[in-house]
Design a binder for this molecule. Sequence first.
Ligand code: NAP
Length: 237
Amino acid sequence: MRTAVVTGGSSGLGLEFVRRLLRGGARVVAGSRRAESSEALARLKSEHEDRLTVHRLDVGDRDSREAFGRRVSETLERLDVLVNAAGIIAGDEERISVFGALDQEELARTFLINSIAPLMMTELLHPLLERGEHPIVVNISSLNGSIASWDRPGKYSYCASKAALNMITKTLSVELKDAGIRVVAFHPGWVKTWMTRDEPAPMEPEESVAGMLRVMDSLTLDGSGRFLDWRGREVPW
Ligand SMILES: NC(=O)c1ccc[n+]([C@@H]2O[C@H](COP(=O)([O-])OP(=O)(O)OC[C@H]3O[C@@H](n4cnc5c(N)ncnc54)[C@H](OP(=O)(O)O)[C@@H]3O)[C@@H](O)[C@H]2O)c1
């Protein structure tokens, strides 16, 4: 049975990964800051009691990550899929990411959650991934992290943190190649989620995640370390 860990599992793309992986027959551990209160995860748990485990996880907190890692090790003997979906965009991006009014703490927080946490989660769980079957680490990046495509001012924290995540993805792919672990950064498309609640995002999470799962399944170890969109098309770094 395929095994998976998903961070940010209680909403948006993370929740859809949990749902689809369960539907595909996988054993899933979902990490969420709202492990106890998420109605969506509670509903899935009632449908897949034996294959879904939900643990509290704040990806930016070392103690929380370590406690989560211990609980994952108690639940799974090996790990095939790690989806780093947790991510933030500063609630007040217009204010904190505008040149002339930058906020050091908010910038650091965005880097912690979007760039550093996926790296730390991968380091934490890599012993289990090494025992996985055709294992893969999926980092949910963004077109906003594509330096080659960027031509706008502002949005420093989100864009730079996703560009850093792309570099981390590439480096991890080299680091983990001998262990047979694939690593990929995805631009999921412009998707209707809580994060994009004020934007006219055209795509449903179902379409985005179904696409990413298809691409993941066809990705070879030689194709590891790439930046792809949900359809499998190369995104310029
Ligand atoms: N939607 C899009 O169009 C789009 C486009 C490009 C990239 N992305 C990326 O896709 C990923 C998922 O975002 P989404 O669109 O699905 O938005 P979302 O519904 O807001 O999901 C974000 C998730 O991240 C979790 N999270 C935030 N900080 C966390 C922390 N410290 N510890 C643990 N979990 C934390 C949230 O958990 P809580 O429920 O606990 O807050 C939530 O589950 C993000 O990395 C985002 O940057 C989205």
